[in-house]
Design a protein around this ligand. Structure first.
Ligand code: BG6
Length: 458
């Protein structure tokens, strides 16, 4: 039997926009997602937008009862900035305070530890209109929002996170066009990455002033970058991929400074963002207490074999290209490779290169389409998801056995939720959501997860 250390966290994560719904209710204002859906509904799978999602804003009292039934001793969600402070700045929305306090209190009453994240891809539209993460003003408003959240909910929250997967909103907004405003603008991407890191560090600075009994961290998607071969060009490509995809937030968040190679690379191309020495001091002095790690798929890369024109647009692809390894195992629904061993590699990397900081898996999961076909006697038998968890846990356990300071494993997610542009195409939940009736039913994986948590292993 594989046993995890005592007091190991078992649970799941979700986010405000993906679960709450009520996107225009009780004074909440538009986010970039609400606006994008209004402008371009065809971008969203089956044209399902963020207005209803899993409707936890209405159902939370019932939904939190599923936490215990699925073995949770911890649970993460995020606060919607646009709900708490409509428009992103100024007055606090009392309706939102009432909702979050009651929701959070009920989670605590279930005996579940509460982890709360401040930003999960959901920028209030007014903040985007003044430049989003490329703007200093938005950084300041975010810090005010963070400070307000610490003040209002600090007594209820056990662990805070400043951001979820910050590299994702940077890339998706300004390089890959998966998030609004869907531009391709490397200069904005770089400025937005720096400002996001600064916002995280400033929020941590604000957090410390409250002298709360909780800890603060950041959630990063630490996808290891594996090179196609041992050829020096491929290895160099993987090194750069790692700098951009992982170290760009991992190093400043945990070690307090940017990797020199990343700074040199940007300097060489005259692409450094605007910053001050004072900003670097803030980053240095406000590192995280612990780390959340989301892991779904590895990043496999090879050298870019083409010569880059001198005036070419500055994109990560200039330095490395994705490598589609023959025979790789795929989750065909999401188009992501399944490679559990990466969790072991992540564990060892944190142990050896990041002071063996306390960390936990904050997302891992398998999105599958049309799960209806797996229904047996009324229940979805998602045996593939149980196998997926087991394989990842086996690798994680190896890392823990070898001394990595991992304290928990949370899956994505406890109830089927809305997945951005993919809407409800792929389902991830331990609990099934029937979109037509809004009924909730436990899946096989939900029962399995409860036993896993009770036995602290499998
Ligand atoms: C993570 C995000 O990157 O992946 C979640 O934090 C997201 O918000 C999850 O839902 C799964 O990805 P997707 O695109 O299938 O929803």
């Amino acid at each position: 039997m594989i046993k995890f250390p005592k007091n190991f966290y078992w649970g799941s994560a979700i986010s405000a926009t993906q679960s709450e719904g009520a996107s225009a209710k009780d004074n909440k204002t538009e986010t970039t997602w609400d606006r994008w859906y209004k402008e371009d509904p065809y971008k969203f799978y089956d044209q399902i937008g963020p207005e209803l999602t899993t409707n936890m804003y209405e159902n939370y009292k019932e939904d939190v009862k599923w936490l215990k039934k699925t073995g949770h001793n911890s649970y993460r969600t995020s606060i919607s900035w646009a709900r708490l402070i409509p428009g992103g700045k100024g007055e606090v929305n009392q309706k939102a305070v009432d909702f979050y306090r009651d929701y959070f209190q009920r989670i605590k009453d279930e005996g579940v530890e509460l982890f709360v994240n401040l930003f999960h891809f959901d920028m209030p539209i007014e903040m985007q209109e003044i430049g989003g993460w490329t703007s200093r003003e938005v950084v300041n408003h975010f810090v005010e929002y963070a400070d307000t959240a610490f003040k209002l909910f600090g007594d209820l929250v056990d662990r805070w996170f400043t951001f979820n997967e910050p590299i994702v909103h940077v890339e998706c907004q300004y390089l890959n066009q998966y998030h609004y405003p869907a531009e391709v603008n490397p200069e904005k991407a770089i400025q937005s990455a720096f400002n996001t890191q600064l916002a995280s560090s400033l929020a941590i600075q604000a957090f410390r002033k409250h002298e709360l009994d909780s800890k603060v961290g950041i959630i990063l998607n630490l996808t290891p970058a594996y090179s196609r071969s041992s050829n020096p060009n491929d290895i160099e490509a993987a090194k750069i991929a790692d700098l951009i995809a992982c170290k760009s937030f991992l190093d400043p968040s945990v070690l307090g400074e940017y990797p020199k190679e990343l700074v040199d690379l940007l300097k060489d191309y005259d692409k450094l963002p605007d910053y001050t020495d004072e900003d670097l001091e803030v980053i240095k002095n406000n590192t995280v207490d612990f780390l959340g790690v989301n892991y779904y798929q590895p990043l496999r890369v090879k050298e870019n074999p083409y010569e880059i024109k001198e005036d070419a647009i500055f994109l990560p692809e200039n330095f490395y290209t994705p490598f589609e390894m023959p025979g790789r195992r795929m989750n065909i629904y999401r188009g992501w490779e399944i490679y559990p061993k990466a969790l072991y590699d992540i564990a060892i990397n944190i142990r050896d290169n990041y002071n063996n900081i306390e960390w936990l898996v904050t997302e891992n999961g398998m999105g599958v389409e049309n799960e209806e076909r797996f229904r047996e006697n009324g229940q979805i038998n998602d045996h593939y998801r149980i196998d997926f968890f087991k394989e990842h846990l086996t690798e994680l356990h190896k890392g823990v056995e070898e001394g990595s300071n991992c304290i928990g494993y949370q899956v994505w997610t406890f109830i089927d939720c809305w997945s951005w542009l993919n809407a409800y195409k792929n389902r991830y939940g331990l609990v099934e959501l029937d979109l037509d009736t809004q009924e909730r039913r436990i899946k096989k994986s939900g029962e399995w997860f409860k036993t896993l948590s009770e036995n602290n292993g499998f």
